[in-house]
Ligand binder design. Structure first.
Ligand SMILES: Nc1ncnc2c1ncn2[C@@H]1O[C@H](COP(=O)(O)OP(=O)(O)OP(=O)(O)O)[C@@H](O)[C@H]1O
Ligand SMILES: [Mg+2]
Length: 852
């Protein structure tokens, strides 16, 4: 049992995990501030206690993770090899030499003690033994002659068939292995799900040396180790959270064929690694998800950038599916990869992924509408099974049972500009800043690998559990528990939302679970396992459940809220359809709310890059005319050969009608230029409120809101136009290079638009020429046109808002009103026994703390 902790500390921790305050207070009230019990209550009694692998009642039995929580003690032979010298580059002759004669010395037999069998396809055959019998003395000249090449491929094929059950390598995998055989560094840029892992796993089977894999997430390392163990390959992962220090010792003694290490840990392991390079030798350093090396990448991890020391005499293999061209250049530079590095580049296009984007407030109030289809899909596929959502006492009900339905509170605090329009600009802004602060605190970021430490990390090779199946089939076959629908991953931006959405889906009868970095490790481990066993229909996760996760039958990826970059989006979408079957990737986002959320710790340079990535992502969602797949692969520098994917919402629905924006463009640009809107003489630059205030040091450059307000006020025919519509126009004009952002750190939406030379030229020529300016309206413009909002309200509200006194009054009124509503709605709810006491107790604790 977890030790008792202080109540407020516990509350803070649980809030961090994303649980609702009221649910926490009720749970604490019921069982006292005891972490394990409170967690168990919040997780609906399903979370196993530390070290205990459990499963939810009624679910299909899952195979327990082999040795996941049961590290074996180190064997007697687990001594560190003789420390001598620096890392020396291995060569193919070394590999073969070791394979032929070095097996005994390696000390690895302690863990590869399974009998050598000549039965074809037996995964338990020690690979080195098989090679030596096959290759004999000729093996030393493998690189030099063509016979050698075919021998290499024979060996690869044998290993591939035996351990992985695949009949042949993909051509890019062959190229990568060729580079490794030729002892060259290699940068592998290949689509998600294309099979990059195999490129560094196979070398471990072709030599008696060790492959060291640097990987950013322990959940990912866990995933791969588990699979390798099932394929008869010993592996382990090392992290600073590794509870069993013996695993590290054994790994550094060469007892596992593949050692996964997080970048933080490898820096600490330099000395033991040198010894390992001496004996039994390191065949390869692989850096998976290598985009984390680059600070221009979406998941920059500072410790990755310290990996350049790996550039010793051992080949480097760096792999990623989501690196833009600048990121690739940065990777090569940061890792000091050699000049003759082989770059293996495949198409990033995933032809079986069907992309679409939908507008949604993405708040509690829209769950019902947005998840209706998903709920219907699973419920329909489980015809005959009882749908649970009406039965509160059912044992399979939500694992995130919350005692309050705080939807109304939530909505109060998340005023949505889409529904209230510009007249609520000020109101929205205040709420947004509150929300922003909360969300920033709740964002899951890969700051430390410990967050994701979900297992003990030793995976000894074992015979295949489902021997009749090929490993390639093993996670496709038992999808009956997900109906025939395959599981879904819902990605949400915050930890709180993981709990809220999972709770909602559970109440609707789905087998759903939340996953975020702050949740207890035992719970994360269980979710992982249930997901892989097809025991869960939906995992609602933050980015913590993203990179590298390989499950073949994921049929749907739903992003409920905008991701922070297109790289992250494509990476997460890439979890779908890894079996090649048609799968859906749907992004729900609020077209009316430009995202503003950025990671907390960042330099100015990173802030700019983060805004740029966020902007690209927002523009992707607003696109109405270009094939989604085309935009995505183009983002990664690929020229999309086809017209379109013929599957995404754009390809199937077609673009909207083009519109001639010339008139509006001239009005907008004239105002930017400080001239009249073209009609009324008094509509001059200086009359725009705050125009010449020089706010934030942008001199006379106008604020976007004021420009729009000015246009609407002065030109009655534009009175009903929406600011978002004008933002859309500014995006079109920015695309044409007629306007640009004057702010030094451009946000997602334009804030301080200014005319460019091109724009001036256009304005001049527009007076004489009749040329139209045809363009496709974007999704926000289309929506704004569908729901026009009158100007007068905005004008009054906006003006009032500009007055500090009025603003103070309004804010005070709004706060009081919100508090009142929240209190009323809470007291209306029926609280379970003990709630009042718990609340009082908590209030007293918090008050006491505050006093101190
Ligand atoms: N030669 C092959 N033939 C058939 N299937 C293969 C082959 N190589 C790999 N696969 C399968 O492809 C799937 C995806 O592999 P893997 O996880 O290595 O992809 P990845 O490229 O690393 O993707 P991501 O970028 O998302 O991490 C795996 O289930 C693997 O078994
Ligand atoms: Mg991978």
């Amino acid at each position: 049992m977890d030790p008792d902790v202080s109540a407020d500390g516990l509350i803070a921790e649980l809030l961090d995990m994303g649980f609702d305050f009221d649910a926490i207070s009720a749970a604490v009230g019921a069982v006292g501030p005891r972490r394990a019990e409170v967690l168990e209550l919040l997780l609906g009694g399903s979370a196993p206690r530390a070290g205990q692998e459990g499963r939810r009642g009624g679910g299909v039995p899952c195979r327990p993770a082999p040795s996941a929580a049961r590290p074996r003690p180190a064997g007697k032979g687990a001594k560190l090899p003789n420390p001598r010298g620096r890392l020396r580059q291995s060569s193919i002759t070394d590999h073969v030499g070791s394979a032929t004669g070095g097996r005994k010395e390696s000390g690895r037999e302690a863990s590869t003690s399974l009998p050598c069998s000549s039965a074809p396809g037996d995964p338990r055959v020690p690979v080195g033994a098989d090679f030596c019998s096959k290759l004999g003395p000729q093996s030393r000249s493998l690189v030099e002659n063509s016979t050698g090449e075919s021998d290499q491929m024979d060996r690869v094929s044998a290993v591939l068939q035996k351990h992985f059950g695949f009949s042949c390598l993909k051509s890019f995998q062959k190229e990568v292995l060729d580079a490794w055989f030729a002892h060259r560094d290699c940068l592998v840029l290949a689509a998600t799900g294309s099979g990059k892992s195999l490129c560094f796993q196979i070398p471990a089977l072709l030599t008696a040396k060790i492959v060291v894999v640097i990987s950013p997430l322990i959940s990912l390392m866990h995933d791969q180790c588990l699979k390798l163990a099932n394929h008869g390959i010993s592996a382990c992962f090392l992290g600073s959270g590794q509870p069993d220090s013996r695993v590290e010792g054994k790994a550094m003694a060469g007892m596992y064929k593949i050692v996964y290490v997080c970048p933080e840990t490898i820096l600490r392991l330099m000395e033991p690694l040198k010894k390992l390079a001496e004996k039994p030798g390191i065949a390869l350093f692989a850096i998976d998800e290598v985009h984390c090396v680059s600070k221009w990448g979406h998941d920059f991890r500072p410790d990755y950038s310290k990996l350049k020391f790996l550039k010793h005499d051992i080949p480097l293999m760096a792999l990623t599916a989501t690196a833009t061209i600048p990121v690739r250049e940065d990777i090569i530079k940061s890792l000091k990869m050699s000049k003759d590095t082989t770059i293996v580049l495949t198409s990033f296009f995933r032809p079986n992924l069907r992309f679409s984007v939908k507008h949604s407030k993405t708040s509690v109030s829209s769950y019902g509408k947005d998840f209706q289809e998903l709920i219907g899909t699973y419920n329909a596929s489980r015809k005959g099974q009882q749908i649970i959502h009406e039965n509160d006492t059912d044992s399979e009900r939500s694992s995130y049972e919350s005692w309050n339905d705080s939807a109304s509170d939530y909505e109060d605090e998340n005023v949505d500009s889409a529904s209230h329009g510009d007249k609520n600009v000020g109101k929205t802004k205040t709420s947004m800043s509150v929300v922003k602060e909360n969300i920033e605190n709740e964002l899951d970021l890969y700051q430390g690998v410990d967050d994701f430490d979900v297992s003990c990390g030793e995976f000894l090779e074992c015979s295949r559990p489902e021997s009749s199946k090929s490993p390639a089939q093993s996670n496709q076959t038992s999808s009956s528990e997900c109906g025939d629908q395959g599981p879904t991953i819902v990605y949400v931006p915050t930890r709180k939302e993981t709990v809220e959405v999972a709770n909602f889906l559970c109440k609707s009868g789905l087998r759903a679970a939340a996953y975020n970095a702050k949740m207890p490790k035992s719970h994360l481990r269980q979710v992982h396992q249930q997901f892989h066993c097809n025991d869960l229909e939906v995992v609602v996760a933050t980015i913590a459940f993203g990179m590298g996760i390989d499950k073949s039958n994921v049929r749907r990826i739903i992003h409920y809220g905008l991701p922070q970059s297109l790289e992250a989006y494509y990476q997460e979408a890439g979890r779908a359809g890894r079996d090649g079957k048609l799968s859906d990737c749907t992004l729900y986002c609020n077209f009316f709310r430009a995202p503003t959320l950025l990671p907390n710790k960042r330099s100015e340079e990173q802030t700019k890059a983060a805004y740029r990535m966020l902007r690209d992502c927002f523009h992707y969602s607003l696109n109405t005319s270009t094939c989604r797949a085309k935009i995505l692969v183009k983002y990664f520098g690929e020229d999309f050969g086809h017209d379109g994917c013929r599957m995404c919402d754009i390809c199937t629905n077609g673009p909207p009608q083009m519109h001639d924006f010339k008139e509006e463009a001239i009005v907008f640009m004239n105002v930017l230029q400080g001239r009249s809107g073209g009609e009324t003489e008094d509509m001059i630059y200086s009359s725009v409120p705050h125009y010449s205030s020089g706010r934030r040091g942008f001199g006379d450059v106008p604020n976007f809101r004021m420009v729009v307000s000015h246009i609407r006020e002065k030109l009655p025919r534009f009175a009903a136009t929406d600011k978002m519509w004008w933002q859309g126009l500014s995006r079109i004009l920015e695309g044409l290079r007629y306007v640009q952002e004057a702010a030094e750190t451009p946000r997602v939406s334009m804030q301080y638009p200014e005319l460019t030379e091109e724009g001036l030229k256009f304005l001049r020529s527009s007076q004489s020429e009749e040329q139209p300016l045809y363009a496709y309206p974007d999704a926000a413009m289309l929506l704004a046109m569908k729901e026009p909002r009158p100007f007068s309200d905005f004008s009054e509200w906006g003006r009032g808002w500009a007055d500090p006194e009025i603003r103070r009054q309004r804010l005070a009124g709004k706060k009081a009103g919100r508090r009142k509503r929240k209190w009323r709605s809470r007291s209306r709810q029926q609280q379970p026994a003990g709630f009042t006491t718990a609340k009082e107790r908590l209030a007293a604790i918090l008050a006491k703390k505050r006093k101190r």
